[in-house]
Design a protein. Structure first.
Length: 277
């Protein structure tokens, strides 16, 4: 028995080590490239003459519009996060607590929508945005990100709300609380770990997306980080990959900061899930 436990422990550490190498090596390579002088990509993770000049060049208006792309992405990400959390938590709560006509079919529809690849709907999105005259606006991206997040995250929210005892709702209702008050003051505080996960995922979407952003945004002053950085290195005579790597490193900073800000909610959710009795 003890020998079997040692084997299982060794296999666990081996798998974790391999996974860590797969994850950490590309990150170190990107950071090393951003510190490398010049414009070309090298195979050295740790450059012999590291420099921070590329990070300063990013915020030089004469060389790039990185600061403008950064602000655009932050604005879209924050608004998308707030709108998505509001819509998803309300939708998940409704499907968890209420029984109404079409409830089962709606859940099946949400499941089917998750299976449809994003690029399949590009033509429909193009026609719809053209009809609504929302091309080249940040509002269009916010609506697309917020609406697209509902099907998948609704299942996440509903599953979490289902674990909260309905007796709490009944007790609050006996004390005179209405539906909105029960949701806002009783259910939502108990679902903070789930809300934090949904908020983080939807905050990350504008940083990771390139297809929708490149389709919707046309003006250089309205571009997001993904589109701006791609255009910066796609020009034939300006393949500055070290500057691109520096921009990629800085683009991860808001996501990392938000993760650490929400970390206490993740930990509280794990400890609550591991408590019995």
């Amino acid at each position: 028995m003890r020998k079997q436990n040692r084997i299982n422990m060794a296999l666990s550490y081996l798998i974790l080590t391999i996974a860590s190498i797969i994850i950490v090596y590309p990150l170190l390579w990107v950071v090393g490239t951003s510190l490398n002088p010049g414009k070309s990509i090298t195979s050295d993770i740790f450059p012999s003459n590291p420099t921070l000049i590329h990070y300063f060049d990013l915020f030089d208006p004469a060389k790039t519009d990185y600061s403008m792309w950064y602000l655009n992405t932050i604005k879209i990400a924050v608004i998308t996060m707030v709108v998505s959390v509001a819509l998803i938590t309300l939708t998940g709560y409704i499907f968890s607590r209420y029984r109404f006509v079409g409830r089962k079919n709606s859940l099946i529809l949400f499941l089917v929508l998750q299976m449809v690849p994003q690029f399949v709907a590009i033509i429909a999105i193009y026609v719809l945005l053209n009809m609504l005259e929302l091309f080249d606006t940040h509002l269009a991206l916010i609506l697309l990100y917020s609406g697209g997040a509902i099907p998948m995250n609704t299942y996440l929210a509903k599953g979490y709300f289902d674990t909260i005892p309905k007796e709490l709702d009944e007790a609050a209702r006996m004390d005179g609380a209405g539906h909105l008050r029960i949701f806002w003051q009783i259910i939502l505080p108990l679902a903070k770990p789930m809300v934090a996960v949904i908020a983080l995922f939807n905050f990350m979407a504008p940083f990771n997306d390139f297809i929708l952003a490149s389709l919707v945004l046309r003006s250089p002053e309205k571009q997001t980080l993904a589109v701006g950085l791609y255009n910066m290195v796609s020009e034939q005579f300006d393949n500055n990959f070290t500057l691109f790597a520096a921009g990629a490193v800085l683009s991860a900073v808001p996501i990392v900061l938000l993760f650490f800000a929400f970390q206490r909610f993740f930990v509280s959710g794990l400890t609550a899930g591991g408590t019995k009795g």
